[in-house]
Write a protein that binds this ligand. Structure first.
Ligand SMILES: *Cc1c(COP(=O)(O)O)cnc(C)c1O
Length: 373
């Protein structure tokens, strides 16, 4: 095969999320600016309403970011000192740090062969101090929530979902973020629904939980401005909400495109036995994945990463290359063999809205080349 010219395929192209919509965004910013509508205005209220509706949930509250969203959700669960909350070891540190900030103790557990939290590991980790489960819907895919819900019911535990990576993902037809008491979503620029800065939301079905979260996120005030409890400030900017609301309107197209890219990767990498690929978009009827990331396991991972880099292809190893309990300074004393092995091999390929099909094929060709040598 003739060698084609080297392409430049960055892992993520930050300017593109502004430049591709520059004129519309400038109009929108100008409109908000001229109205002076910066904090808790109609654009935010509209977005919250549309987001809740999209997820099939009763309520949504815009917050500063998903980390705050997790913390506020856990505070609404009335976490007490020493309360244990079980989470996956393969998640952003934010999942565990939110438990700490809300006053609890994070208990990371091992992953299953789908790389998401292992329901059996959850069961083994339950103690008399366990009060809740905080599963992460990682890479745009939902955990085996029916099993996790059964465990929660049996042991009288709450579920709060880290749905930061999974807005629009479904399991047995049900939306990410709607399986427990609350779910936190991130609008970090590189997330599937991203804004132009930090942003997040919490979705909830129960009115009382919604009200508690609402109060906590705005200085303890309820929707009429009456102070009900101590709170803080973690609000989603009205401007970001307006941007998100306009992006939510075309969100299905975004998901379709991401699933298409994942399909190309799966089809073109399936024969390489040194790789272990994520489930494809047509893998099973129960999961509807939105591919926040395309994360796979590879033999000779570091050499592959270097080879792709030399060929102009950006890749990323999630979370800086470590599971939650592997950060020495955080003083976990745990050994979780599956996730530790996973982090020796995991790598993410570029999957975003600016990559072209030609570039995806180029990435596949280079990976095939690497393992032929
Ligand atoms: C991005 C992310 C977060 C944090 O989101 P922020 O909005 O940046 O606070 C938490 N958990 C997971 C799994 C994430 O991917």
């Amino acid at each position: 095969m003739q060698n084609r010219p080297k392409l430049n395929v960055p892992f993520f192209n930050y300017p593109s999320i502004y430049k591709n919509e520059r004129e519309d965004l400038l109009k929108l910013i100008d409109d908000i600016g001229c109205r002076g509508a910066f904090i808790m205005q109609n654009d935010l209220i509209e977005f919250e309403r549309n987001l809740a509706k999209y997820c099939g949930s009763n309520y949504a509250v815009g917050v500063g970011n998903a980390t705050d969203g997790l913390e506020l959700s856990l505070m609404a669960m009335n976490l007490k000192r020493g309360d244990e909350v079980i989470c996956s070891a393969h998640t952003m540190l934010a999942t565990a740090s939110a438990i700490i900030t809300a006053g609890g103790v994070p208990v990371p557990v091992d992953i299953d062969n789908d790389n998401l939290i292992d329901p059996s590991a959850i069961e083994s980790a339950i103690t008399s101090n366990t009060v809740g489960l905080l599963p992460t819907q990682l890479n745009g895919r939902i955990c085996k929530m029916d099993r996790i819900q059964k465990i929660a019911e049996k042991n009288k535990l709450f579920i709060v979902e880290d749905a930061a990576q999974a807005l629009g993902a479904k399991y047995k037809g049900k939306h990410s973020g709607t399986f427990g008491a609350a779910g936190a979503i991130s609008f970090f620029p590189a997330k599937v629904l991203g804004c132009l800065g930090d942003g997040g939301a919490i979705i909830a079905n129960d009115k009382e939980i919604f009200q508690k979260i609402y109060q906590l996120h705005d200085h303890g005030r309820n929707q009429d401005g009456e102070v009900m409890c101590w709170g803080r400030n973690s609000r989603l900017d009205n401007l970001q909400a307006a941007i998100l609301d306009s992006r939510l309107k075309t969100y299905q197209k975004t998901i379709d495109r991401r699933r298409e890219i994942a399909r190309i990767y799966n089809n073109n990498l399936a024969k390489i036995e040194q790789l272990s690929l994520p489930p494809g978009p047509d893998g099973d009827d129960e999961h509807y994945d939105i591919y926040q990331n395309y994360e796979l396991q590879a033999e000779d991972r570091d050499k592959l990463k270097e080879y792709l880099q030399i060929n102009g292809i950006g890749t990323l190893i999630q979370w800086g290359g470590k599971a939650v309990h592997q950060w020495e300074n955080l003083n976990f004393n745990l050994s979780l063999p599956r996730v530790e092995n996973f982090f020796k091999h995991c790598i993410m390929l570029p999957l975003n809205m600016s990559i072209t099909n030609d570039e995806v094929h180029y990435v596949c060709e280079k990976i095939n080349d690497f393992y032929k040598k």
